[in-house]
Structure formats: structure tokens, C-alpha cells
Design a protein around this ligand. Sequence first.
Ligand code: ACO
Length: 481
Amino acid sequence: MLAILIHFFLVWKKIIYSYTSLATFSYHKALGRTAVGPAHGSLSIIDNRTKRTYRIPIVRNAVRALDFRQITAAQQGADVVDQFDNGLRIVDKGYLNTACMESSITHIDGKRGHIQYRNYSIEELFEHNDYEEVIHLLIWGKLPTPVQKQILRQKLVAEMKPHPCVVDVIHSFPPESLTCPMILAGLSAYASVDEGTRATHSKGEPQYLGKGNTVDEAVIRTLSMLATTIALVYCHKRGRFFSPARPDESFIGNVLLMMGFLEPGTKRPQPNRKVEKCFEQLWILYADHEMTNSTAAFLHAASTLTDPLSCCITGIVSAYGPLHGGAIDLAYKEFETVGTPENVSTLIADVKAKKQRLFGYGHRIYKVVDPRTKFIRQLMDKHRDEVQTNPLLKVAMEIDRVAGEDPYFTSRHLKANADLYGCFLYTALGFETDIIIAMASLSRTPGVLAHWREAMGQSPGLWRPQQIFTGAVVAPNQAQT
Ligand code: ACO
């Protein structure tokens, strides 16, 4: 009996090994390179404090942080602040080497410049698909049939309704107010009347966890409400007329229609077709970027099982920060301050002296050129005349030239990020810089919602990082009040 069991075990091990090797082989073959070794195995650890050894499984070239808890070295006199009773802790300030989710949505290979959504490379999608198809692919895992695409469009437009309380809140801001806080206020107003949000905070049972249909409806509502809020804010800031969304227009067409980016000379308002065509491709490039700071912020909030509109607010707050999406706004302001290509050297000298960062440069993931850049450049070429009327483009190009040659930037792999180039397309197509982060956030939201939908189908549990306390511990009866 034992011999039979061992035989079965060995056969299965062989099958699983050849399966994983095959998968690894075809992945590497697809990227034109050879595999370097097995992704599965184990890690042997010797704790030199105790001389005890441990074996920790490696799966997909990763170890589980919880497996390290078994490593303990508690001894008499150990400082309680170091929490020996909890086992060995992992420190990763700023999540520089920590995966917080398992996901099958987007894969980025930052060393080789490869991005794929589900089973499609971004190149294929950029050439052959439109944004609605990519929304469907990211969120529901498959490109839609024509009927599914039509249904998605109808559902999205049905939720693009400017609720009176949202309109009132946005209109209560002076038009010159900062864009992002206005959007956050508009979303809060939507959340205050949204049925799903109310149910989340009034019923005891989870509203979304494990409930596919409810999640799908909320995905549509959140995306449409964000689009409508941005359009309302834009119209209020620019004194434009808000045209309601229509079922015969695409998602992007409706965003433009609501914002008042219209085709000139038509009786019935129509979205500006040139801008629509450009965004159908541009937004594919931005639709997801796996676990960014803002996606993680969204999911962090979502792990409390709160509603997706509130999570969206959290995500947008993070996207607005100067080291994240907000960098693009600051980069543009930097170009304005520099003014002419002749002044670039002063800016570069300040950056190298660490007086300031060069906004729009550097990326946590990409150490080669961001693979989206070549497509954005293609789009910039298509709109060459409009792009070149922007005098700041010359400043940006001079910065790019200097950064491409200067060892400060080359040795640190600091290159312009894709969002920076996208900024020139937005301005060329008539968008003021203060709305670009909002547009970028909207284009990213389908991807973020795909991650939320995935999380609600798993069971992630409350996210609760830890800290290493480095202060002095006082006995409880000595604690200051
Ligand atoms: N300008 C000047 N120096 C920089 C820049 C920059 N933009 N980015 C990094 N460096 C330098 C750092 O000073 C550091 O130098 P050192 O080795 O002498 O100490 C080195 O490069 C590494 O910097 P880190 O901050 O450790 O790099 P990291 O990969 O963690 O940071 C980040 C990535 C945050 C994007 C960074 O490059 C940065 O601050 N860029 C400017 C802000 C920006 O453009 N953000 C947009 C990112 S894209 C997006 O979120 C949409």
C-alpha cells in the first residue's frame, strides 16, 4: 500500500513539475529569453541566535511573511518591546518588497518593459481594441462580444445621472477652487445617497464580499458616478454647459459630451470625435498598472468591507499626491517656471544638488523605458500640429535630452514616465492642466475596480500592517497621561 502511495506521489510530482516547467518555459519563450530556474522550492534558514533551522516553502518565487512567525528566540531578559512572543517580524518600510495580493489581472515586467492585461499584451490591445472592450477585459476577464459591449455601455450610461445633491455640493465651491477636493466632495455627496453605501453602513452583513452581482452593479455605479462628478466639476470650473450622457455614445464619448468637449458645428451636441478617438487608445495604456500606491490605498480601505465609492475617494486622495499622479501637475508647473530650453541647465543643477526632485521622472517599477511611452509618442505624432503649438514641449524635450545623457539620471535609471508624455496630449487636445490628474484617475478606475472585484471574490481580511516600536517602554503604572 505504502509503495503504491509513494508511486502515485512521485508520478504526481513529475506531472506538476513538468506542468510548471512548461508554463515557465512558454512565458519565457514568449518574452524571447531563457528561464533561469525553478520558481518553487524552499528556503532553509539558520537562526544564529538559537542555532535552530527552519524550512520555509517558496511558491512563485515568494515566501509567506506568516511562515516567519515560527522563528522565535525568546529568552529570559528579552525586551518585551521586541515582541519575541510573536516570532520573527518582517520590516518593509514603504512596501519595497512586499506583495499584498494575489492577482490575475495585470502583469508588468519592469526590467524588460512588458505589460499585459489578462492574456493580452498591451501592444495587441492598443492596436486592435477600444477602451470599453478593455474595461470588460480587465473587470470580467474576457474581451466582450458585441452584445456584451452594448450591454456594458447601456449600464454605464444609465448610472451617469447628476444627482441634485452632487450638483449642489459642487456648485457650492468657488469655480477657481482646487479640482481634486471638489471631486472628493462630489463623490462624498454621491456616497451619501448611494443605496449600496447606505446598506454597507446600516446592515450588519457584508454587502459585497462574495456577492458577485452586487459587486458588478457597484463597479458600474462607481465608474459612472466618478465620470459624472469629474464632468460636473469641469463644467462648473469652466462655466460650461453639462450635456447629459446618451446610450448611443461610448463611455469616453459620454465623458466628453458631459464635459462639453463637443464636435464643432453639429445641431445635436456630439462628443469631439478627434479627442474620443485619441482617448480610445490612450486610456487603454492607463487602464491598469497592477498594485500602484492608489490601487493599494483603494484595496486597503476595501479590506474594511466599506463601500467602493468611499474606497474610490481614498484611491483618488493617494493618486493626487506629489510623488504619485500629482507629480504630473507639478512637472508641468516646473516647465512653466523654466520657461525656455536655455533655463533647463539651472533646473538640472538644482535637481542634482538634491534641492528638488524632477517631477515626472523616475518610477518604482520601470528601470528601462516605460513600454507605454512609444505608444504615447505615436499618438503625439498623430496630433503633431496641436502638440507642437505648446511652447513647453521644447522645455520638456530639452530636459529629456539632458536627463538622457547625464550620469545622475542614467545611473539611477531615471526616465520620464508615461504620464508625463500623456500630459502633452491632454493639453494639445484642449484640456487645462488642472483637470489632467482627474482624467488620468478616471482612465485608471476600471483597473482599480477590477482589483476590488477580485478582492471581493477572495477573502482578503482586514489589512493591518505593523510597526517596529523604537521608543522607550515605560511600565504601565509610570505611563504619562
Ligand atoms: N528627481 C531627482 N532624483 C530622483 C528622482 C527624481 N524624480 N527620483 C529618484 N531620484 C533619486 C533619489 O534622490 C535617489 O538618489 P540617491 O540614490 O542619491 O539617494 C535615487 O534616485 C533613488 O530614489 P528613490 O526615491 O529611492 O526611488 P524610488 O524608485 O523609490 O522612487 C519615485 C520612485 C517616487 C517615483 C521617484 O522617482 C520620484 O520621487 N519621482 C518624482 C515624482 C514622480 O514623478 N512621480 C510620478 C511617478 S509615476 C505615477 O505615480 C503616476
